[in-house]
Design a protein around this ligand. Structure first.
Ligand code: NDP
Length: 246
């Protein structure tokens, strides 16, 4: 979507690192107002400061866990109380989480991936829809090529990304033409994600070696398709679907 976003209000989940962070910088360079949400507030503040230097008219941060419905409501409420409108919602927050189904001693432990990636997007979208109708706005959804490519130990992740594809394709029909939906399916992109980094209960980012090993094994030619920075222009140039190859 190569529309003019100067002065528009853009809410990005998962803006504290990787693709969400770099999308924030590109929106900022185009003069958008930003609402940046994720769990790591300190990182969000650093991103917001840089957004202001790059040209954002205003950037606020909201510390939130999108797997909690009340946090998703709070993110949208903060947007409306500060800016009075919402033009773009970018559903980008996500985690991988690896486990073989057969080895899972407690299968319910595999739920957070679906709760964050799929339900977090659904909750935030639900609260955003009335505001996006008012502005004839846009929803950007960070799905993945993983939706179509089976990778061992990533069953729930891949299913969450396929669920996002199906949900937002169907929602596009349900909502009609007032609200545009862009579904992005990146291949492997260098980010915290691919380095196997996860947020610990203590709030630190640590490398989970098992996650790192699985990520390395699914990189088919020993290299990734690009960096978070290198793909965001493709996202902003797209319209209904954006595929970024690995
Ligand atoms: P990063 O790990 O760098 O970014 C993930 C972002 O999601 C972080 O800002 C993180 O912030 C946020 N996040 C994670 N859990 C939550 C939560 N419970 N509540 C709120 N925010 C959360 O990885 P990427 O930039 O690579 O990933 C961004 C999106 O791109 C994900 O949806 C991912 O599935 C998708 N993607 C990535 C690919 C890749 O190869 N890297 C390929 C295809 C799709 P914090 O920790 O502060 O909460």
């Amino acid at each position: 979507f190569s529309e003019d976003v100067a002065g528009k209000v853009v809410l990005i989940t998962g803006a504290s690192s990787g693709i969400g962070e770099h999308l924030a910088y590109e929106y900022a360079k185009r003069g958008a107002c930003l609402v940046l949400a994720a769990r790591r507030e300190r990182s969000l503040r650093e991103v917001a400061d840089l957004c202001m230097e790059l040209g954002s008219l205003d950037a606020i941060v909201v510390g939130a866990d999108v797997s909690k419905v009340e946090d998703c409501q709070r993110i949208v409420d903060a947007t409306i109380s500060h800016f009075g409108r919402l033009d773009h919602l970018v559903n980008n927050a996500g985690i991988v989480g690896v486990s073989a189904v057969e080895d899972a001693e407690d299968i319910t432990k595999m739920r957070p991936v679906m709760d964050i990636n799929f339900w977090g997007s659904v909750y935030t979208t639900r609260f955003a829809i009335p505001h996006l109708r008012n502005t004839q706005g846009r929803i950007v959804v960070m799905s993945s090529s993983a939706a179509w490519l089976p990778a061992p130990r990533e069953t729930i992740y891949n299913a969450s990304k396929a669920a996002m594809l199906s949900f937002f394709d169907t929602l596009r029909v349900e909502l009609g033409s007032d609200i545009k939906i862009t579904i992005v399916t990146p291949g492997l992109i260098e980010s915290e994600f691919i380095k196997g980094k996860v947020l610990t209960k203590e709030g630190e980012m640590k490398v989970d070696q098992e996650l790192r090993d699985v990520q390395v094994n699914v990189i088919p030619v020993g290299t990734v398709g690009g960096t978070a920075k290198s793909i965001v222009n493709s996202v902003l140039r797209g319209d209904r679907y954006v595929t970024v190859p690995a």
